[in-house]
Ligand binder design. Sequence first.
Ligand code: ATP
Ligand code: MG
Ligand code: MG
Ligand code: MG
Length: 442
Amino acid sequence: VSASSHSRCIKPSLLVSRLYQPSHLRDVGQDSRLAGEMTCKSQMLMQQAGLIHPSNPGCYYYLPAMVRSMEKLVRVIDQEMHEIGGQKLDMPSLCSADLWKTSERWDLMGKELFRLKDRHGADYCLGPTHEEAVTTLVAHQANLSYKQLPLLLYQITRKFRDEPKPKFGLLRGREFYMKDMYSFDVSEEAAHHTYRSVCQAYMRLFARLGLRCVQVNADTGNIGGTLSHEFQLPADIGEDRLLVCGDCSFSANVETLSLDRTDCPQCKNGKLIESKGIEVGHTFYLGKKYSHIFKASFSNQENKPTVAEMGCYGLGVTRILAAAIEVMSTEEGICWPGLIAPYQVCVLPPKKGSKVDNAVVLAEELVHTVGEAIPHLRNEVVLDDRTQMTIGKRLKDASRLGYPYVVVVGQAALEETPKFEVICQKTGETTFLSKEAVLDLL
Ligand code: ATP
Ligand code: MG
Ligand code: MG
Ligand code: MG
């Protein structure tokens, strides 16, 4: 079988030459609309690797490799929300002003709210968060029983906020993806229990992604409520200042302390250590704030209508992707949390016309074999078939996009006991492995 007929058998979606991942980096300096927008490592890397392309301030095209990553992240989030009883729904982004006027946030939100009118002159906004919408929904259910609580509803949708300074790429957009969950409980005690289980799910999520996350006491802002935590990834580029006690479990966003202090308010002995963080999640215990206004109630054990206790819990989906890149990568290339890398493996056949270019068949075979032997990797192994380019150039591209594993098929693959050169991104190690050992490793 000739090399070309083999690569014709590999789906175009797994051939690097066919993937739509244009690099638009040169546009950044030239595009005047974007001139005011500050860049950072993750934004540079994501544009360079063809993951995102800027559209207008705070808005981006999410290109195919980016969408793959995001879908993977969404799957992991879904698993964790499912574990704690979350049920996924999808609410309109076009929100009637009436609800926002009822909660008084129509005025409170100020310029951050994207407002528009329909053809009849009625006011709307593009949803920046959905407390009003979800509480109204639950309030519509006439026969909600205590037996159906806790009720945890969540969605993963685009949110719109007219940020005064959209910057740092996906870290602060004006249109971005958020996972927002809302809980309804029978009592304050039950609501606190739900609140803790969501916080634990968030910590599990970040642990699975291999991201160090700090849970800190936080301000409740304009969402309201009395108990709140932020989930922060320590990073110099972060816009939040965190204070963590060296001796006890105390940690807080500086916003929550009135004075800048260095002694711990909890244990009194410890010194507070300051660092910067990127806020990737935020949880709020809301009490009856919204359920009271919108009359979201259930019938209790005595069959009496009772106002539900609520909580709300946000995760910045697109911000997590950028923040992960920010904290894990070098300037040279992206290092992904393995679970959400766009592809798991890139196979590099030799350059056309080189002494060993007949090894190209072995590279194609490897792609097939991995797909057949390991079903969950079937659409995860790409072949960099741009064989007019040197291995070195293609290796550089591979490290820019970031694959957990890169397999170079060259001289060693043609020897009597064929070996493949496997580069593991996480450890930086290169090993020469037989085909069987490659399959074991993956
Ligand atoms: P920030 O303090 O960064 O403005 P926030 O406190 O206004 O964020 P929340 O209302 O708590 O944000 O929203 C929940 C989560 O949504 C945040 O923890 C963050 O991860 C994400 N998020 C908020 N604003 C943005 C944005 N402009 N771009 C991307 N993600 C965002
Ligand atoms: Mg904000
Ligand atoms: Mg904040
Ligand atoms: Mg917040």
